[in-house]
Design a protein around this ligand. Structure first.
Ligand code: GLN
Length: 187
């Protein structure tokens, strides 16, 4: 089967994910309506503004469609996309998709510093990863079967559950494709 990965393109930092996938030789489709999901066997929820993303997902029927899609296919969530994947968010304006059982705290790292880059340790690779954090959320209250795939300052910054992964930093803003490659290799 040919792999085509959908990249949610309602709002936010989606184009760079297309570039990362192209670097890996993987085809992608921008997703703006439910019918566009049909060609895809995986989906990326990019960074952006989670309050806006939540509203737009509800308005065009993608909220339910993505929940259904995620029962069968892998989803990767980045920053605001991670917030959308949570089961609970510390902001009542957001209705998360509840694809993975954890609580997201918005702008957790943003309070100290707007954005920064940090070397983090991945649990699936020996070399450290230079991760850009931009008003990044915190990951809390992880259910027992969630794997922590990367940490920073003793806090989980990348998690996985089954075929889904979520991270509070932006792997698409680097030329290092190890994160996208790791996810795709699990398909
Ligand atoms: N702080 C943003 C939010 O809560 C997320 C930032 C990002 O995606 N880089 O939606």
């Amino acid at each position: 089967m040919k792999i085509i990965i959908g990249v949610l393109a309602l709002q936010g930092a989606y184009q760079k994910h297309v570039d990362s996938l192209t670097m890996l030789g993987v085809e992608s489709r921008l997703i703006r309506k439910t019918s566009e999901l049909e060609q895809c066997c995986a989906l990326i929820l990019p960074g952006g503004e989670s309050t806006t993303m939540s509203l737009l997902l509800q308005e065009n029927g993608l909220h339910e469609a993505i929940k259904q899609f995620a029962n069968e296919y892998p989803v990767m969530g980045v920053c605001a996309g991670l917030i959308m994947m949570a089961s609970e968010v510390d902001d009542e304006r957001i209705t998360p998709l509840a694809l993975v059982q954890f609580k997201a705290l918005r702008n957790f790292y943003g309070r100290q510093l707007h954005s920064f880059t940090a070397d983090i340790k991945l649990n699936f690779d020996d070399d450290t990863y230079r991760a850009p954090f931009i008003r990044a959320p915190d990951i809390e209250e992880l259910s027992g079967d969630i794997q922590t795939l990367a940490s920073y300052n003793d806090k989980a910054v990348m998690i996985g559950q089954g075929k889904h992964i979520a991270m509070s930093f932006h792997p698409e803003l680097t030329d290092d494709t190890r994160i996208h490659a790791y996810w795709i290799n699990q398909f």
